[in-house]
Design a protein around this ligand. Structure first.
Ligand code: NDP
Ligand code: MG
Length: 338
């Protein structure tokens, strides 16, 4: 695997380029601010009436309608939600593309599953930060960086990889690592990771633990701290030095329980489910389901989202966090700004 750092990137390749960031959400605001701090010419593209419009203007950016930005820009980075990108591309971007324009994304979903099919004379690359947008910004401000993946789908100009490398470096990726991958690998592993481990797996694991304790008669506050709140402290130790580092820090009792009981929780049934989920990702079944859900007005998505907010662990957790005022300071997410 090719791994690059700042020393491998030539930022001067971006200096004469107009970069349009489409969307000013989690990724959009952090790409835009980091690129600007690296000396680049950045403008934000949104639809009129967008709630993000004043946030981008208040941060000092030129904000344009998507169709206008697409006509003017040399690099168009699409950072809208994946499920809206193909409709927006058809309506507002496609007509503005010129031969040699760079079309970019932070997740390969639409290009890999052919929901967006750019013309052959357009360069197509991906720069995918391996972390949430707010962290991409906060790490950059600390002089650090979030690792980024780059991939090239179309390269009529012959310089797309150098542009992608420069872009990844300008948002801080080259301080950590820039890994070269393919659209297929990034898209399929990213979806798999978030569905089975990072989001789907972890949330269901925490909730199952919480519910088991509450159903057995223990206090919900105890269950919250034990099965949800403490997750971060454990994961921080894994992040810092791997599972061995975490096991060094916890008690021998915890370590013995971990190694002898963990496989009873995550066993063959879970691995079989993981394989099935991966197959649905690879075949495009998940992608089709998600786009169809969006196009029918997201009824299932919205219902699941609402139901999850009311879960007892969320209510108890909000109350207990409220008693720890320091947790509200220096928050990464400030909905008025980003
Ligand atoms: P968000 O939901 O945070 O942001 C969406 C932004 O797009 C908002 O500013 C929204 O404006 C705008 N938008 C929505 N529809 C349109 C439209 N039709 N035209 C113009 N702008 C529009 O998205 P994310 O940052 O989470 O995701 C962006 C991309 O980055 C996705 O491809 C995702 O997979 C990828 N990614 C995301 C990560 C993350 O940390 N979240 C991590 C790595 C990759 P409005 O205020 O009007 O809704
Ligand atoms: Mg992901």
């Amino acid at each position: 695997m090719n791994i690059y750092y700042d020393r491998d990137a030539d930022l001067s390749l971006l200096k004469d380029k107009k970069i349009a960031i489409v969307g000013y959400g989690s990724q959009g605001h952090s790409h835009a601010l980091n690129l600007r701090d690296s000396g680049m010419d950045v403008r934000i593209a949104l639809k009129s009436g967008s709630g993000s419009w004043p946030k981008a203007e208040n941060a000092g950016f030129l904000v344009q309608e998507v169709a206008q930005a697409a006509k003017e820009a040399d690099i168009i980075m699409i950072l809208t939600p994946d499920e809206v990108a193909s409709e927006m591309y058809a309506a507002d971007i496609k007509a503005g593309l010129r031969p040699g324009t760079c079309l970019a994304c932070a997740h390969g979903f639409n290009i890999h599953f052919k929901k967006i099919v750019p013309p052959d004379d357009v360069n197509v690359f991906m720069v995918a930060p391996k972390g949430p947008g707010h962290l991409l910004r906060s790490e950059f401000e600390k002089g650090q960086g979030v690792p980024c993946l780059i991939a090239i789908a179309q390269d009529p100009s012959g310089s797309t990889k150098d542009i992608a490398l420069a872009y990844a470096s300008a948002i801080g990726g080259g301080r950590a690592a820039i890994l070269e991958t393919s659209f297929k690998e990034e898209t399929e592993t990213d979806l798999f990771g978030e569905q089975t481990v990072l989001c789907g797996g972890v949330t269901e694991l925490m909730r199952a633990g919480f519910e088991t304790l509450v159903e057995a008669g223990y206090a919900p506050e105890m269950a919250f701290f034990e099965c949800i709140h403490e997750m971060k402290l454990i994961v921080d130790l894994v992040y810092e030095g791997g599972i061995t580092n975490m096991r060094y820090s916890v008690s021998n009792t915890a370590e013995y329980g971990d190694m002898t009981r963990g496989k009873r929780v995550i066993g063959e049934e879970t691995r079989t489910a993981m394989k099935g989920i991966l197959a649905d990702i690879q075949s495009g079944k998940f992608a089709d389901e998600w786009i169809a859900e969006h196009r029918s007005g997201s009824p299932n998505f919205n219902a699941l989202r609402e139901a999850a907010k009311g879960h007892q662990s969320e209510v108890v957790g909000a109350h207990l966090r409220g008693m720890m005022p320091w947790m509200q300071q220096n928050r990464l997410v400030d909905k008025a700004k980003n």
